[in-house]
Design a protein around this ligand. Structure first.
Ligand code: PLP
Length: 392
């Protein structure tokens, strides 16, 4: 081995000393840990940062997606078998939630420019049973949302934006998550900011917001803004208002502790994104030296989630992953590759229809990008690639 190894994990301990102290101070002074004023404070601060009217803090991005689908089903009276268009490469719970509500996932291949839908295939998958297009802005790349909106036209199709990997990505200067009816974010450990576990539902639509509040917390009427309480108290005088349930719900609330952490992280998110993007630019420059071997996507408005390798020759993918691993660099598939290869989704797999998802599956992997990735690590990566490709 010619190069001295560096440990480069997918993610490091993102909670620094100052944040530990903030959390300890909070614990010492609070007598309330369950969802309360800090959660509200985070929601207000997040809405301001994100540029939306309403935000609902939940315990994961998957929970955000779960309640979004459930509430849209209620609000728009979707029926079993109604169709939701989903990408073939995204996080698995985007698909699970569609199935869990008896809706039909209609899979569309992705494109290799921004990793969202293959827009031409998307057009052919819209039918009179399509109720929603559930798009993912994948690995920080903003989708061509105006093309999607153009395809929808005047049809009553809900546009859901999964922004779980794309906090702060922009389209013409506007943050993703503000183009559809409702959007979701994840604050899981490896994402642009973290609450350890956590997620957000964002919307400008008051009805969607109210349903999200209800669904997050058992369907309880008391979760609605205070100005609605008197109306429901009067309407249901024989039920204790504190235990009045207006709809089906879950318990996907988060805690005050997570919100306190979220508030500290939100103060730093712009800096984190700047650093991730600078790393991504350097990474692309390094890959460019080996462009014979790599396909190097880039797009305006990216908010880098990870550092992706897309090898032109699938046969080199595994050896490069193993080589990097042996030198301390952890990697993983691009999200989970083509989801239709997963055991419970194989029945949706039609040979040849999902070429780009297969390409991601067979030729792609990624390594971590975050505030701990610096020049030293990127120089190290450069030297590793020089060594790996020396004889190729
Ligand atoms: C695109 C996408 N959607 C949804 C999620 C789910 O978020 P969580 O892990 O917070 O449940 C993830 C998780 O990484 C994701 O990458």
């Amino acid at each position: 081995m010619k190069t001295k190894p560096i440990v480069w994990k997918l993610q490091e301990n993102v909670i620094n000393h100052g944040e530990t102290k903030t959390l300890v101070d909070f614990i010492k002074t609070t007598d309330r840990y369950t969802q309360f004023t800090k959660v509200k404070e985070l929601e207000t601060a997040w809405s301001k940062w994100q540029g939306c009217k309403y935000s609902v803090f939940v315990n994961s991005g998957s929970s955000a997606n779960l309640i979004i689908l459930d509430l849209l089903r209620d609000v728009y009276r979707w029926r079993p078998g109604d169709e939701v268009i989903v990408p073939t490469v995204t996080w698995i719970t985007d698909i699970s939630s569609v199935l869990q509500f008896g809706l039909k996932p209609v899979f569309v291949d992705i494109n290799l420019e921004d990793f969202s839908f293959d827009y031409r295939s998307l057009a052919g998958k819209i039918t009179n049973k399509t109720r929603a297009i559930f798009l993912s802005h994948l690995i920080g790349f903003p989708a061509e949302i105006n093309q999607i909106k153009h395809l929808i036209g005047k049809r009553k199709i809900a546009l859901i934006e999964d922004c779980c990997e794309s906090h702060g990505a922009t389209i013409d200067g506007k943050k993703v998550g503000n183009f559809g009816l409702v959007s979701s974010f994840s604050f899981y450990w490896g994402h642009h900011m973290t609450t350890v576990e956590g997620g957000m539902v964002c919307t400008n639509n008051p009805k969607i917001y109210h349903y999200a509040l209800l669904k997050r917390s058992h369907g309880l009427a008391r979760e609605l803004p205070k100005r609605y309480h008197a109306y429901y108290q009067k309407k249901y005088p024989h039920i204790d208002f504190s235990f009045l349930f207006l709809t089906t719900g879950f318990n996907v609330r988060n805690t005050e502790l997570s919100a306190v952490l979220g508030l500290t992280q939100l103060n730093k998110i712009d800096h984190f994104i700047e650093q991730r993007n600078a790393n991504h630019i350097t990474f692309n420059r390094i890959l460019n030296k080996y462009r014979r071997h790599f396909f190097i996507p880039h797009k305006r408005g990216v908010s880098s989630f990870c550092l992706p390798f897309l090898l032109k020759d699938a046969a080199l993918r595994r050896p490069l992953q193993v080589f990097l691993h042996q030198h301390g660099v952890e990697s993983r598939p691009i999200i989970s590759g083509n989801l239709l290869k997963q055991p419970f989704l194989r029945k949706y797999l039609h040979a040849g229809e999902f070429k780009n998802a297969d390409f991601i599956h067979n030729n792609g992997f990624y390594i971590g990008n975050n505030q701990f990735v610096d020049k030293k690590r990127l120089d190290y990566l450069d030297s590793l690639l020089r060594e790996f490709f020396a004889d190729l």
